[in-house]
Design a protein around this ligand. Structure first.
Ligand SMILES: Nc1nc2c(c(=O)[nH]1)N[C@H]1C(S)=C(S)[C@@H](COP(=O)(O)O)O[C@H]1N2
Ligand SMILES: [Mo]
Length: 250
């Protein structure tokens, strides 16, 4: 928390210095045109960042699909997971690790006690189907702020409990999607604990991205500076296998 406020302070200080320097160069003719193009460049960056931060459409309860299908893994095929279902996932842990100041191991209770966001959104799968559901959980940003993300972190990797055709499922996003307000760690669908087929007990919702980015059966959140050493290096299970785009923004 303190770290990020401190950083913001440093950044706005740098902004002031930059402005000061600019008004000096703007006094010269060549400086004036430099300032123009710097300003255009800044506006363009700002516009693309605000595009990426824009919210995905949210729907009403009347729009909710009666049956949200399960796709890809529809369960985790291990005795441990079968036992976890029996206890209502009482011992499930979400690890937060990698480039963070405070690694954490969160229980479902810890996660349910954080400030919550509920959103009714449309899930789009590249296989050509969509479904609308109401998802509830803390924003990923809340968890990241508690963990204290280090400056060198560039990506968030999502680790999953399930194995699909012999390999663990995983996914990753950049820090823009990680801090997007509709990126949540969901523990409920339509007001009920997540069904097994939809990723119980925890799954990502990353509403500005296609379906395969929304990691189910979530066990860990890992902050890294590169995706090179994760899986085959393409940033996700399907990206490594089928050439799906890593950036699947919608
Ligand atoms: N762990 C894990 N997450 C996953 C998958 C998977 O097989 N395993 N499939 C992905 C795909 S392709 C889609 S479309 C959605 C499906 O979510 P659903 O089962 O809730 O419909 O989960 C995504 N997340
Ligand atoms: Mo999908």
């Amino acid at each position: 928390m303190n770290g990020s406020i401190g950083r913001r302070g440093v950044l706005s200080g740098m902004g002031l210095l930059f402005l000061g320097a600019c008004s000096k160069v703007a006094d010269t003719k060549i400086g004036g045109s430099m300032l123009d193009s710097a300003e255009k460049w800044h506006r363009k960056i700002h516009r693309s960042l605000s595009d990426r931060m824009a919210l995905a459409r949210e729907y009403t309860k009347a729009d909710i699909s009666p049956n949200f299908r399960g796709n890809g893994s529809r369960t985790v095929d291990t005795p441990e997971y079968a036992a976890a279902i029996e206890t209502g996932f009482a011992d499930w842990r979400l690890e937060v690790r990698g480039l963070v100041d405070h690694p954490m191991s969160l229980s479902l209770d810890n996660i349910r006690r954080l400030p919550q966001r509920t959103q009714i959104t449309r899930h789009d799968c590249v296989e050509g189907w969509s479904a609308i559901g109401e998802w509830t959980g803390p924003q990923l940003s809340t968890i990241l702020e508690a963990a204290g993300v280090q400056d060198s972190a560039k990506f968030v990797v999502f680790r999953c409990a399930d194995t699909l055709a012999g390999s663990r499922y995983y996914e990753s996003v950049d820090m823009v999607d990680a801090y997007h307000p509709q990126t949540i760690v969901a523990h409920a669908l339509n007001g009920e604990p997540l069904p097994v087929k939809n990723g119980a007990p925890l799954r990502m919702r990353i509403e500005r991205q296609l379906g395969y980015k929304h990691a189910k059966y979530l066990t860990a959140i890992e902050l890294v500076d590169s995706l090179e050493d994760i899986g085959d290096g393409e940033g996700g299970y399907w990206e490594d296998r089928s050439g799906y785009q890593w950036y699947a923004g919608i």
